[in-house]
Ligand binder design. Structure first.
Ligand SMILES: Cc1cc2nc3c(=O)[nH]c(=O)nc-3n(C[C@H](O)[C@H](O)[C@H](O)COP(=O)(O)OP(=O)(O)OC[C@H]3O[C@@H](n4cnc5c(N)ncnc54)[C@H](O)[C@@H]3O)c2cc1C
Length: 384
């Protein structure tokens, strides 16, 4: 019997596991994949993530992975318009290949029991009776029991369907995430965000002199552009080059480091509840912030910490399950809800070139507006 079973060993799952294990709770972390593994992600760690890693006592380990520093950002549009700004504090570039492995090892060092190549397939139970998690590992079916379950399975997973999560996808666009590492012209302490009709692409450096190129693209636009070309990513990249000159200038001479682009489909920014029945959801499983905000990883880490704080009090018998759930839900909503809404709005704006141009001109005329947008798509209190 574990005190907590955490499903999903990304940033949200690891952060919840570390915080609970720090308080001597008996924690199991179940991860479908193994480490290290590449992941579709912009690999841009916002200044707030750096503060959160410090709270997890992971900062020395993080700097040991030789990340890059990122101080400035530029957004470019298709009509030779751009906007530049500076982050309130330095951000970081680091691959998910290195970061996630480092963080899960950190969790192990606190006594978290990690099961890799183990996919949770069902959860039953409640706080009164305890929980049972069924999982499939390479050796067959495994059953775990615990006093609580935290689901941190990311954007989407087999468990959403099994648990009949009923968040509405109606009217919400779906997107494709595409990523590749390159050797290319150095972007010194800087991230570029190049936009094109229906999507945007972040380019920034990570460790080992590599540059990460990662884009989010509206599904329908991708299919439309590539339908006669076997949905070829390379063809789509050529099409973006025709749309955005700055993107073309960087990527044309750059050398891809892997034979294939990494892709994921079915990405949505649909609002999701952070609690369903007695199951607690964290990170992208509780709602995904638009990647353009570059704050998804901070949100994953932060929600893991918030849930662990509430659950710790419950496991210590200081509060009952109802109060714990209410506390988590209210803190989650206070911390993330308005940011999620604003980032969704900004994303819809970024994907429409005809309104992006006057929008960027407005930001150039009123720099304080840009500062306000940067501040309100993230948790600035963490930087105080
Ligand atoms: C294109 C794109 C670019 C992005 N760029 C950035 C960026 O630059 N900066 C930023 O901060 N954020 C970015 N994000 C967002 C960021 O990647 C996520 O917000 C973050 O990874 C969420 O962490 P998580 O722990 O919730 O989920 P994940 O990191 O996705 O981890 C979930 C884990 O759960 C595991 N899992 C799934 N199902 C099961 C199961 N049934 N059983 C066991 N394990 C399971 C998965 O294998 C995975 O390891 C980007 C997202 C996209 C799509």
């Amino acid at each position: 019997m574990f005190d907590a079973i955490i499903i999903g060993g990304g940033l949200a799952g690891c952060s919840a596991a570390i915080e609970l294990a720090k308080h001597d709770h008996h924690v199991a972390l179940i991860e479908a994949d193994s480490y290290p593994r590449a992941k579709v992600c912009g690999e841009f760690l916002s200044p707030e993530s750096v503060k959160l890693f410090s709270k997890l006592d992971f900062l020395d380990n993080l700097y040991g992975l030789y990340p890059t520093k990122i101080n400035t950002v530029r957004i470019t549009g298709t009509q030779n318009i751009e906007w530049r700004s500076k982050f309130p504090e330095p951000a970081i570039g680091i691959s998910r290949y290195s970061l996630d492995e480092g963080l899960v090892n950190h969790a192990k060092s606190y006594g978290v029991t990690v099961y890799t190549n183990t996919r949770a397939t069902d959860i039953t139970g409640c706080f009164d009776e305890g929980f049972t998690v069924i999982a499939q590992s390479s050796e067959g079916q495994v059953t775990f029991t615990s006093q609580s379950v935290i689901v941190a399975h990311g954007k989407h997973s087999n468990l959403d369907r099994k648990l009949e999560r009923n968040f509405s996808r109606k009217g919400s666009n779906t997107y494709i995430g595409i990523k590749q590492h390159f050797q290319g012209k150095a972007l010194f302490e800087h991230i570029d965000l190049h936009t094109f009709p229906g999507g945007y692409c972040g380019i920034s450096q990570v460790e080992d002199d590599r540059t990460n190129v990662c884009m989010l693209v509206n599904d329908a636009i991708f299919k439309n552009v590539t339908e006669d070309r076997g949905k070829s990513v390379d063809h789509f990249i050529d099409w973006i080059c025709d749309q955005n000159r700055e993107f073309a200038e960087w990527i044309t001479p750059a050398i891809p480091l892997y034979p294939k682009w990494l892709t994921i489909g079915g990405v949505t920014l649909t609002a999701k509840p952070p609690i369903e029945d007695d199951i607690l959801f964290v990170g992208d499983a509780s709602g995904m912030v638009a990647p353009l905000a570059g704050d998804g990883m901070a949100m994953a880490l932060h929600s893991g910490m918030i849930v662990a704080e509430a659950l710790h009090d419950y496991l210590q018998c200081q509060i009952d399950a109802q109060i714990m759930k209410l506390r988590y839900k209210q803190t989650w909503q206070r911390t993330f809800q308005s940011r999620l809404r604003l980032s969704r709005f900004l994303q819809s704006f970024m994907l429409r070139q005809p309104i992006l141009k006057p929008g960027l001109q407005l930001l150039n005329t009123f720099p304080a507006l840009g500062d306000w947008l940067i501040a309100n798509t993230r948790d600035m209190q963490l930087l105080d």
